[in-house]
Ligand binder design. Sequence first.
Ligand code: NAD
Length: 277
Amino acid sequence: MTGLMEGKRGLIMGLANDKSLAWGIARKLHEQGAELAFSYQGEALEKRVRPLAASLGSDFLIECDVSDMTALDTAFETLAARWPTIDFLVHAIGFSDKTELRGKFMDTSLDNFLMTMNISVYSMVAVTRRAAAMMPQVEDENGVKTGGGSIVTLTYYGAEKVVPHYNVMGVAKAALEASVRYLANDCGPQGIRVNALSAGPIKTLAASGIGDFRYILKWNELNAPLRRNVTIDDVGGAGLYLLSDLSSGVTGEVHHVDSGYHTVGMKQEDAPDIALG
Ligand code: NAD
């Protein structure tokens, strides 16, 4: 299977290093012939992102802090100056103060609540509006429509059920998943699909901020139907599906890539008791 993304180009937002979920998706897209641009948050990350992008044949890097609407406008202007239209976008961005990713949700501060919602949820709305303007749909004389596009964001099970320590991020992911449905409805008439990929826990820079993350990883490994944790390749494969024409009839969906963990109601009989630490 090659060439699924031949002739398609798009922007990957949220690549930090080779552990990032965005990296798993970018690699699969590249394998299938996609042309990729990358946005990164600040100079420190540029040093990591540049060689990774180069290894996928891309020199198209754009700086963008998504909490700054002017920076977002500038980033999309830079993108449009080289590529007037795009076919897909990956939003793999989330952030919260890690001191509030432990303890009680009830203790979330207003400042961190607003910042978490801004960076992890509103950015998806702001990015979709700008990306959609670059995904025109055209109709030929026979009524055949081409163009449009596909947008994917990353979410987690903590949106649906309480996961210890996930706290305000769980509330933000619930809002993100609801936003996906509203955005899918807004963008649908233009042939643009918007979906979320709900990934199981994976050790990344962002995940290391979550309290007792190693315990969460172990619990999922022992209790998911597949009895293993997912990898960024698993996430990449599902990302490729959602961003390619393979999923042409799918929008507004939250697709789980979590070894089936979300289907399980209690501890597996064969799962040992495990301790924290
Ligand atoms: P990561 O640390 O590799 O990526 C997080 C990215 O968010 C980084 O590139 C960071 O620069 C970017 N970011 C944060 N604040 C930003 C800002 N203001 N402007 C621009 N970029 C900003 O970690 P990851 O785990 O790959 O996270 C990617 C997405 O996947 C997040 O939305 C995360 O919540 C989600 N997710 C992760 C897991 C997991 O277990 N790792 C599971 C499900 C969902």
